[in-house]
Design a protein around this ligand. Structure first.
Ligand code: ADE
Length: 275
């Protein structure tokens, strides 16, 4: 009887071990990849192996693998509130090991051109603060969970930043501006600012550059960075330039946003390749 029990227990153990090998319980958590609107994710979505679409509260999340890395991709919609909603949902439902935002931005830095990629070393919300007669004085709001004040500049995760730096050598960017006199696009690191306005103003652009040291401006990254900061999840924002944030920004955006969006996606793909 005891022998029979021993054999039974042994078989059950072997069976359980086999099950664990076939279906790893601790599968790797995915990398979450967010973009604001369709063209900001299309190129990457086309590269997802075995894509599955899951709906949560009416929003679509695409899961699968890119370069054998588990990923979950989703569109946030434009603006900080939309971005914060999706960042929170994706953290809650998928427990990603990291969040990468990919998309386009207005150029602020001197000498930049459409198609250039800016990897955010920090993300600042340029419309969060006191509006004084002398302009905006930025502050970080408190995290209601622990009453700690958020920083004004959210720092990118250093491991993701290092991966992005390593990915630069291998990435192939497309030219957005075709004129022969214009140089090829390149990748740089810098400050990315976020606010709920599309910037089409040279004075505002100059203010962002001169006072906040901004390289690129967009409408979601800083919100995602704040959600990730408050929930302690690594985050990186990658943006390619679609315009110069000046009075021509609307027209330039129309001309360049598709190529720019692909360039940001290309760097994300390269990061997944070397991860
Ligand atoms: N995204 C792309 N271009 C932008 C701009 N000029 N301002 C804000 N967000 C943008």
């Amino acid at each position: 009887m005891i022998n029979k029990l021993r054999i039974y227990a042994k078989s059950a153990l072997i069976f359980t071990l086999l099950l664990i090998c076939i279906h790893p319980i601790h599968a790797q958590n995915p990398t979450a990849i967010l973009g604001a609107f369709e063209e900001e994710l299309t190129w990457l979505i086309e590269r997802v192996d075995d894509p599955q679409v899951e709906q949560i509260m009416g929003y679509d999340f695409t899961t699968g693998e890119i370069e054998e890395q588990p990923v979950v991709l989703a569109l946030t919609g434009v603006g900080k509130v939309n971005a914060a909603i999706m960042a929170t949902l994706i953290l809650e439902h998928f427990q990603p090991e990291a969040v990468i935002f990919t998309g386009v931005a207005g150029g602020i830095g001197l000498g930049c051109i459409p198609g250039d990629v800016v990897v955010g070393t920090t993300n600042v919300q340029h419309d969060m603060g006191d509006m004084t007669p002398d302009g905006i004085e930025l502050f970080g709001v408190r995290n209601p969970l622990n009453q700690q004040r958020n920083p004004i500049y959210f720092s990118a995760d250093s491991t993701l930043l290092e991966l992005a730096r390593r990915a630069v050598d291998a990435v192939e960017l497309e030219r957005a501006v075709i004129e022969p006199k214009v140089r090829n696009p390149r990748v740089s690191c810098g400050v990315i600012a976020t606010g709920d306005t599309f910037i089409t103003s040279t004075p505002k652009k100059d203010e962002l550059r001169d006072y906040l040291k901004v390289n690129a401006v967009e409408m979601e990254g800083g919100a995602v960075a704040q959600v990730c900061y408050q929930f302690n999840v690594p985050c990186l924002v990658i943006r390619a330039l679609s315009d110069y944030s000046d009075e021509n920004a609307d027209a330039d955006f129309e001309k360049y946003y598709r190529t720019a969006a692909r360039n940001a996606n290309r760097l994300v793909l390269q990061i997944l390749q070397i991860q």
